[in-house]
Structure formats: structure tokens, C-alpha cells
Design a protein around this ligand. Structure first.
Ligand SMILES: C[S@@+](CC[C@H](N)C(=O)[O-])C[C@H]1O[C@@H](n2cnc3c(N)ncnc32)[C@H](O)[C@@H]1O
Length: 208
């Protein structure tokens, strides 16, 4: 018997065969269009937390960034390693809220990406996660998040999370909000179902 899924990742292993194809068919530039201007152009160190199949990690690596792709679901991480075998990507089995592996290594990054993950964490996990996200973001670095709103598959653990709560949690950790946008979905089925997204960006300007 396998171990229980990390809290927040329930339902992903079972759906992996379909999700691998779906996630990797999306273009980074489409998914991140509203915040593309915030992605550093000069090669830097990045971490993509809840990296899925590594679509975004692969794009960042192609831009010259060194990327740690954090993904707790074996059924996404292992195929993702095969799909995107870049020497600039390191895959790590780690998870929110603790980010125990990254924290133990004392790693920090210029760019932290958290795409379509935050709404899978409950309120206590979000409170516990934000200090760890702030800790892995270098001073002057940028964190870019997306938060899903609206209907979600019943097999996934999903919460209705506000931008305001997230901004307040981040502010308490010394992260200043630099973008707060509400957008539609790039996936047609989700658009039709009424899914919308909050896009947030933060800079770490000071010690928490
Ligand atoms: C909607 S998918 C998004 C994947 C990828 N970021 C993308 O945009 O294609 C959500 C991802 O979050 C991961 N996840 C869920 N709970 C997590 C947690 N507690 N810590 C880290 N990742 C988690 C899932 O395994 C899944 O890969």
C-alpha cells in the first residue's frame, strides 16, 4: 500500500494520466500572460512549488534560469522528469506548508512560482506556509502566485481563498504586493464552467 497523499494533493495521482497531457499542452506565455513582465530576463534561481509536470520549470530553464521543481505527487513528478530532462531543472519531492527539504538545505531563490496550488491548502496550512515561502524568497526577489476561484473537481480538496487574506499573510512576512489581478481561465472548459483566477505578485523588501 502506498503512503497517503500530501494534504492538498488528493486526487492528482488518480488523474495523472489525463493531467500530464493537459498541463503540458498549455503554453507558459498563455498561462502567465498577465504577469510575464515580472519574470526576470537575466538568468536567476527559481523555484516552482507544485510544479506538476514541469511545464513552467521547463520554460524558465529554457530562459536560462536554474529551477528547482517541487512536486509532491510522484505520478506527476516522475513523468515530468522524463518529459523535461533539462540540466537546469532539479526535481524535489517536497510540499507546503513546511517545505522541509528546501528549508533544511537553507535554499533561497530570486523567483518563487506558485501556480494553481494555494487554494488546495486549508486556512491553517496557508498560515503555516507563508513564513516558509517568505524564507525561501531572497531579498529583492519576486513571488508570483495564482489562486483558483469557482467550481473545482469534487475529487480535489479546494478552498475559496481571497486575495485579501493572502496579501495580509504575505505582508506580515515582509512581502509587499506589486500585482493583484483577476482574470479568466486559459482553459476553455474551465472558462465555460466559470473558473476565474487571482494573480498576485510580491517582492521581499525587508526581513520579516
Ligand atoms: C492544479 S496543479 C498545478 C500544477 C502546475 N503548477 C501547473 O500550473 O501546471 C496543482 C499542483 O499542486 C500540487 N500540490 C497540491 N498540494 C500541494 C502541497 N501541499 N504542496 C506542494 N504542492 C502541492 C499538486 O500535486 C499539483 O501538482
Amino acid at each position: 500500500m502506498g503512503s497517503a497523499p500530501v494534504r492538498g494533493s488528493e486526487g492528482y495521482a488518480e488523474a495523472a494520466a489525463e493531467l500530464i497531457q493537459r498541463y503540458d499542452s498549455l503554453a507558459f506565455a498563455e498561462v502567465h500572460r498577465p504577469v510575464l513582465h515580472l519574470i526576470p530576463c537575466v538568468p536567476c534561481s527559481a523555484v516552482d512549488i507544485g510544479a506538476g509536470t514541469g511545464r513552467d520549470a521547463a520554460h524558465l530553464a529554457a530562459m536560462g534560469h536554474r529551477v528547482v521543481a517541487v512536486e509532491p505527487t510522484d505520478a506527476l513528478r516522475i513523468p515530468g522528469m522524463a518529459l523535461h530532462p533539462s540540466p537546469l531543472i532539479e526535481w524535489v519531492d517536497d510540499s507546503l506548508p513546511d517545505l522541509a527539504v528546501l528549508r533544511a538545505r537553507r535554499q533561497s531563490f530570486d523567483l518563487v512560482m506558485l501556480t494553481a496550488v494555494w487554494a488546495h491548502l486549508d486556512a491553517a496550512q496557508r498560515c503555516a506556509a507563508m513564513p516558509n515561502l517568505a524564507a525561501v524568497l531572497r531579498i529583492g526577489g519576486v513571488m508570483i502566485m495564482s489562486i483558483r476561484h469557482g467550481p473545482a473537481p469534487p475529487t480535489r480538496r479546494t478552498f475559496d481563498v481571497s486575495a485579501e487574506e493572502t496579501i495580509e499573510l504575505a505582508r506580515a512576512q515582509g512581502l509587499a504586493v506589486t500585482a493583484n489581478l483577476r482574470t479568466g481561465s486559459v482553459q476553455e472548459a474551465n472558462r465555460r464552467a466559470g473558473v476565474t483566477w487571482t494573480r498576485l505578485a510580491f517582492v521581499r523588501a525587508q526581513e520579516p
